[in-house]
Design a protein around this ligand. Sequence first.
Ligand code: DHB
Ligand code: FE
Length: 255
Amino acid sequence: MTNDRVRTLVEDLERTLVEFIRTHRVTHAEYRSATDVLVAEVQAGEGSLLFDVFLEAAATDTDNHGRPGSVEAIEGPFYLPGAPWLDGPPYVLPQRPEEPGMPLVFHGTVTTETGEPLAGVELDLWHADANGQYSQIHPGIPEWNLRGRFRCDGHGRFEVRTIAPPPYEIPKDGPTGRVLDALGRHYFRPAHLHVKLRHPRFGERTSQLYFPGGEYLDSDVANAVRRELVMDVHVVDDPARTARHDLKEPFVDAR
Ligand code: DHB
Ligand code: FE
């Protein structure tokens, strides 16, 4: 971000907030309790959670506006770089011997916006376990559980075995939970897979994919569901499911 851009944005934010204080006649005590909440978020390590819940989806919409190809989605606060490369194919996301949850085969293609296959695209997949918990974020889960990287084949196809995550409750015992409580909102996000794609042709894209008919699709606490991000899911051998999603990447050079 250039200095000019920083100045434009920060000065407008300042004007907007000063105006807000005047419009609502915010008192000094109210001002201090609001800043105390932000400080508590940061001290609890939840700063990113708070901002991602309330604002990240809107910023993602900016990036998607007028951009061809698949829509990008929020990264959320629980991405970790450096997930292990999986052996395969066939690829299986790292999991415990008796990993709870419905078996899920996630598959699809990565093509250009005109449907030409993109070979060798890196997929970096991460999602919650059957208890709605993420490795390295929630305690007691093996380090890279349900996180891993693999590549699509020479025809742009990919397939990986994992388990289906449930709707996910964001951490509610910390300051973000208290803010949601005060607003009378629930803490749930619909079940989702996170995936980043990387390729020299387009750099990096962040997606997040949802299950059709899933709970909270219409009331996501992070307001991040976009209909293009809902997968095509079939029950194969109950309770096992396949989830298909085709990703299209615009032909641009990596920045
Ligand atoms: C948020 C997003 C996620 O994908 C997630 O798993 C948890 C929280 C969020 O926007 O806060
Ligand atoms: Fe998530």
